[in-house]
Design a binder for this molecule. Sequence first.
Ligand code: NAD
Length: 322
Amino acid sequence: KGDNGKYIVTLIPGDGIGPEISKSIKNIYSAANVPIDWEEVSVTPILKGGKTIIPDAAIASVKKNTVALKGPLATPIGKGHVSLNLTLRRTFNLFANVRPCISIKGFKTPYDDVNTIVDGVVQSIKLITWDASERVARYAFHYARQNGRNRVTAVHKANIMKMSDGMFLSACRQVAKEFPDISYDEDLLDRACLQITQNPRPFADRVMVMPNLYGDILSDMCAGLIGGLGLTPSGNIGRDASIFEAVHGSAPDIAGMGLANPTALLLSSLMMLRHMELFEHAEKIEKAALTTIAEGKFITGDLGGKASTTEYTEAIIDKLRA
Ligand code: NAD
């Protein structure tokens, strides 16, 4: 906390639509009087000794504050570039990427009752380690307990990836024994995809845990069920810090046009508030945002509406002030 008693949180606005949606979150937070001072840092890579690295000031800020909200970062394609997202994950030991995907009441999609939580391991599937598997499995059980879910399902392809996924499953089975109050089962990735799209309801009682690549695919598929990437938040929970960000990228096709939907980043920031135990503020902002979407008068283009980022943000702020 700073001298004024407010929490200091690192804000990385990011690339593309990042600055627009970050501004929207800042405006909503000041209207809701959330006791947070943002410490804004850029993670635009700088060249050092022929290599691109993240500026030291950004690393230092996250290290000091231990909580950060992050906009999307465009990953340059080509040799010599490191993925900044990967660098952040490595630097701060962000081992669990939690992706809740929950239907918004009143916003019509083919399903009304999606409520899934995907929890991935931050490791390439070719590089699965026992330690990382055990750590993310333990986190999944903890998260289930904390969030009133009574089952953990490990999602895998161990029928094909016998060594790597096989070890992942062994680690999950071992951890499951530490949590007798939470049921444990296993499901193949393809079967899980089929079942969720046919009927997502049975998945509302559980947390799914899986290696990173499967989590990327499954969470985008779930995002499609509730209205798209503009709505899905995530939290990278780590040993040394936690960084919250939307699942989507920098959306270069609509950047700078005032069209972006800031909800995914807003919901990520609410995961952050709950992580900081600022439950009341999270509740209040969530209600304002979700009723704005359900009413449908001021929603962005990705949800079938006509509102700009600013008009949608203002509608939420009006509700907070009412
Ligand atoms: P993307 O998520 O940026 O965009 C996919 C589609 O969804 C686009 O049509 C876009 O307009 C739309 N979209 C995404 N977010 C939206 C929002 N908030 N409101 C309205 N529409 C939205 O995926 P991409 O085009 O594959 O990637 C673009 C860049 O983002 C790449 O450089 C990629 O590496 C990067 N990326 C970063 C992250 C991250 O920082 N975590 C994640 C994914 C992609």
